[in-house]
Design a protein around this ligand. Sequence first.
Ligand SMILES: Nc1nc2c(c(=O)[nH]1)N[C@H]1C(S)=C(S)[C@@H](COP(=O)(O)O)O[C@H]1N2
Ligand SMILES: [Mo]
Length: 389
Amino acid sequence: MTFRLPKPPSRAVSALRPPAFSGRLHDARTATAVGRWLAAAFGVCLVTGLVSHYLQHPPSWLADRLPTRPVWGYRLTQGLHVASGIAALVLLLVKLWAVYPRLFVWPPVRSVRHALERLSVAVLVATAVFEVVTGLLNIVEWYPWSFSFVPAHFAVAWAVTGSILLHVAIKAPEIRSHWSRRSKGTRALPAEADADRRSLLLAVGGAVGVVTLTTVGQSVTSLKAFDLLAPRHPDHGPQGLPVNRTAAAAGVSAEGLGRWRLEVVGPRPYTLSLDALRAMPPARARLPIACVEGWSVDADWGGVRVRDLVERAGGRPGRDALRVTSLEVGGAYRVMEMGAEYVDDPLTLLALTLNGQRLSLDHGFPARIIAPNRPGVLQTKWAHRLEVL
Ligand SMILES: Nc1nc2c(c(=O)[nH]1)N[C@H]1C(S)=C(S)[C@@H](COP(=O)(O)O)O[C@H]1N2
Ligand SMILES: [Mo]
């Protein structure tokens, strides 16, 4: 591959001329080959991102009808979301490298149509980079910006989707002629570059494979030995489980917990001490914590069925929703609501133990919520008040 500098300008105007690119891989066939994998990664990201969004913020008609099975559903979709997002990062860099010489097309604008096309590509690049970069920084919990991650990432997802669809529509003739094993039609390309292209695509596939293998162990625990690059390791944390927000960060301290009482508000409100709660009919469940940031781990939880607590307060499991409030002082996850389907599920617990031990303070002592097929952010720790709605 060669990169030729522009010839010395003979006249003033040619000083403005762009560099000449003679690299054989900066062509439409490479762009198509990488682009379709990138589009597939973005497609998986969109679908799994929507699942995550609607599990967290269901519209009212869906609020009491979310599926609580399979219990590992969110673990799968969110694991895919983060893995496909990480793969998209690699693919996006290669795609941008393949097409960047087009930044220098001359003249920069040929017609109104051409100007609009270039504008649509600018929007596509900006929104795609925004999604991948904000997603990546979110999984390492670094927020070097002032906007709120979730609404921004959600809104821009639609802008990327629209830009991709528009781009595919505009480029449809080129995509079609370079899709199959040999480029066809009037824009057929010389075959010499094919060997180089095969090497490039092999390297890209290898890079995606390595990046995936060294991060996916954060959610696919059978591959945890290879989890070298992900921000979390499934085993690292108290009681064999990572912690996103510690008790200290949430402003919850061990002092004062001696006076802790569970308050249950409903037609027949009551309060329970921790000992009284421990004396209730015990229940167990093996369920994952599946964090929106992509890590997830299965654990054995023991405690009391939320259904039993609601029934005792005169609530109607299967009909009534529930609001759970944490001891946490501030924070976006202090108050959580769950629909009737989760309240009713026998696997939804107010957990008191984790893997056979009393919950540690960082995992939500004295009591936390654990429910099947729910995003980790809704598995409220340090619960102290349940309100039947
Ligand atoms: N009160 C409260 N509960 C919370 C959180 C929080 O910030 N505050 N974080 C949630 C998030 S994002 C996750 S992934 C799980 C993690 O639970 P763990 O720390 O026990 O592993 O707790 C959830 N429960
Ligand atoms: Mo989380």
